[in-house]
Design a protein around this ligand. Structure first.
Ligand SMILES: [Zn+2]
Length: 148
């Protein structure tokens, strides 16, 4: 199981290998995504807290990357963090997510991206619930719920 220590190690030593890669030009992403989705996933934007459609939903399903449709999280690991963004305790599998140290805005944080297409998803923090103690704080606009 992933721990904060393993995440810090990914940021220092490199991420796990994804199952495949999806790479497109800025222009192709612009055509495929809405303006808001593009701004968040390709330009590292953040939607306003409590604005996202998936923030408080607890429907059963998988959360896929809005850019490449890779499965990233699922409803069994979603929890109510009160942060205003969809929150998860772990990814659907270890190599689904890429971790990068983010020093923007004068803070040291860990950015989470789709490991297949490099879509910016949000950040991960070491203040989540058991069993991982992790809180993946993800923009609603970066993911889509696939109902099962
Ligand atoms: Zn992706």
């Amino acid at each position: 199981m992933l721990t904060w220590k393993s995440i810090i190690s990914f940021t220092a030593k490199g991420n796990s290998t994804p199952d495949k890669r999806v790479e497109k030009s800025e222009q192709e992403w612009r055509t495929l995504l809405t303006e808001e989705q593009y701004k968040i996933t390709r330009k590292k934007g953040t939607e306003p807290a409590h604005s996202g459609a998936l923030c408080s939903t607890h429907k059963v399903g998988k959360y896929n990357c809005i850019c490449c449709n890779a499965p990233l999280f699922d409803s069994t690991i979603k929890f109510e963090s009160q942060s205003g963004w969809p929150s998860f305790t772990q990814p659907i599998k270890e190599n689904a997510i890429k971790y990068i140290k983010d020093v923007s805005f004068g803070m040291i944080r860990v950015e989470v991206l789709c490991n297949i297409c490099d879509a910016h998803l949000g950040h991960v923090f070491p203040d989540g619930p058991e069993p991982t103690g992790l809180r993946y704080c993800v923009n609603s606009e970066a993911i889509t719920l696939e109902n099962l």
